[in-house]
Design a protein around this ligand. Structure first.
Ligand code: ADP
Ligand code: TRP
Length: 323
C-alpha cells in the first residue's frame, strides 16, 4: 500500500505526538511504501515567525529520524519542496464548494470564537487534499481530528474525476484508534495548546520535574488506589511491558503506596525508553548536512511522483495539451 501522512512543525514533538502518531508512522514503513512529510505550509497558518518555523522544521526532521523513521524505507520530505502540490491545490480549489470548507472544524471553531480567520486557514483542507492526491496515496494514517479532512479530500477527488475522468486515486483514512489518548501533566489530553506537554527529547531533569509536579488525588498512602483512571499510570503504561504494568497496577490496588513511587518509575521508564533515540539525535544533529541530504533525496523522489500526477490533472482539465 502507498501510505502518506504529514505532521505540522508547530513546536517540538511531545509524548502525545509520539504515541498517537509518530510511532504508527514508523511501524507502517516496514510493510508499505511510505511517504511522510513535514507540513510547513500548513504550519504557516499558525506559526508567524519565519525563523521559528524554519527551526521547527529542521528539529522535526531530526526528531523523526532519531525516532526511527528510516530514509531507506520511507520517503521523508518537506511539504514546500514540492511546488506541484500548490499548483494542484488551485486545480482542486476551482471545484471546491464554499459550504464544504465552511463546515470544516478548524475554520468553524475559529469563527465560532469570533477570531479572525484568513484564506489560508479556510482553504487548508484543499492543500491537504492536494498533499494526499499528488502521491496517489491509498492509505492516510491520521488522528481522529483529521478524518473530516480526508473526507473532503475524497469529495474533491471524486468530483474532479467526475468532471474530467479518472485522474485521482481515492484515499482511505486509517484512524489510529489504537493510538493512546495520551494525557498531559494536568490529566487533560496532552496538547501544545493546553501547555501540558512533555517533549520527547526534553532534558531528563526537566521531565522528572514535570512528572514530580503532576497533581494526584488526595487518598492517603494506606488506602488502595485505582490505576486505570490515573494519568500517571496511563503514562507509565506507555513506556513499559505488560508485566511491569501489571506489577504497578497491583501496587496501586494493594494500598500502602504513594504516588511518588509511580512518578519516579515513570520518569525513569521514559528516560530509558528514549535513551537510544536521544543518542541518535545527538549524533545526527552534529551532521546537519546528512539531514539536508535525506530531505533533498526525499523531495526528489516525492517530486517525481507529484509531477506525474499534476501533469495528468492538467491534461485532463485542459490547462495543458495532451502529451
Ligand atoms: P497538538 O495538539 O499538540 O497541537 P497536533 O494536533 O499537532 O498536536 O498533533 C499531531 C499528531 O499527534 C496528530 O496525529 C494527533 O492525533 C497526535 N496527537 C497529538 N496529541 C495527542 C495525544 N495527547 N494523544 C494521542 N495523539 C495525539
Ligand atoms: N493537517 C494535518 C494535521 O494537522 C497535517 C497534514 C497536512 C496532513 N497535510 C496532510 C496529514 C496530508 C495527512 C495527509 O495533523
Amino acid at each position: 500500500m502507498r501510505v502518506l501522512s504529514g505532521i505540522q512543525p508547530t513546536g517540538r514533538f511531545h509524548w502525545g505526538n509520539y504515541f498517537g502518531a509518530i510511532r504508527q508512522y514508523i511501524d507502517l514503513q516496514h510493510d508499505n511504501e511510505a511517504y511522510y512529510f513535514i507540513a510547513n505550509l500548513h504550519g504557516l497558518t499558525t506559526v508567524r515567525d519565519g525563523a521559528v518555523l524554519w527551526q521547527n522544521t529542521m528539529e522535526a526532521a531530526l526528531d523523526l529520524l532519531a525516532l526511527g523513521l528510516d530514509p531507506n524505507r520511507a520517503t521523508l520530505f518537506v511539504q514546500s519542496d514540492i511546488p506541484e502540490v500548490c499548483e494542484l491545490t488551485w486545480l482542486l480549489m476551482t471545484g471546491t464548494p464554499l459550504g464544504l470548507l465552511e463546515r470544516c472544524h478548524a475554520f468553524k471553531e475559529k469563527k465560532a470564537k469570533g477570531l479572525p480567520a484568513d484564506a489560508g486557514l479556510f482553504t487548508y483542507p484543499v492543500l491537504m487534499a492536494a498533499d494526499i492526491l499528488a502521491y496517489d496515496s491509498q492509505l492516510v494514517p491520521v488522528g481522529e481530528d483529521q478524518v473530516q479532512h480526508i473526507e473532503v479530500c475524497r469529495d474533491l477527488a471524486g468530483s474532479f474525476n467526475f468532471s474530467f475522468g479518472e485522474v485521482f486515486v481515492l484515499p482511505q483514512a486509517k484512524v489510529m484508534e489504537n493510538a493512546a489518548r495520551v494525557p498531559g501533566t494536568d490529566g487533560e489530553k496532552m496538547s501544545k495548546s493546553y501547555n501540558n506537554t512533555i517533549e520527547i527529547f526534553e532534558e531528563p531533569k526537566s521531565v522528572r520535574k514535570k512528572v514530580m509536579r503532576m497533581v494526584t488525588d488526595s487518598r492517603p498512602v494506606e488506602e488502595p488506589k485505582i490505576p486505570e483512571t490515573d494519568p500517571l499510570f496511563q503514562l507509565y503504561s506507555l513506556f513499559v511491558g505488560d508485566q511491569q504494568r501489571e506489577a504497578m497496577a497491583a501496587r496501586y490496588r494493594a494500598g500502602g503506596f504513594g504516588y511518588g513511587e509511580v512518578k519516579k518509575a515513570l520518569a525513569e521508564a521514559a528516560e530509558g525508553y528514549f535513551a537510544e533515540p536521544r543518542a541518535r539525535r545527538l549524533e545526527l544533529a552534529a551532521h546537519p548536512e546528512r539531514v539536508r541530504e535525506i530531505l533533498g533525496d526525499g523531495a526528489q523522489r516525492a517530486r517525481a511522483q507529484a509531477q506525474r500526477t499534476l501533469r495528468r490533472a492538467q491534461e485532463a482539465c485542459g490547462v495543458k495539451g495532451r502529451s
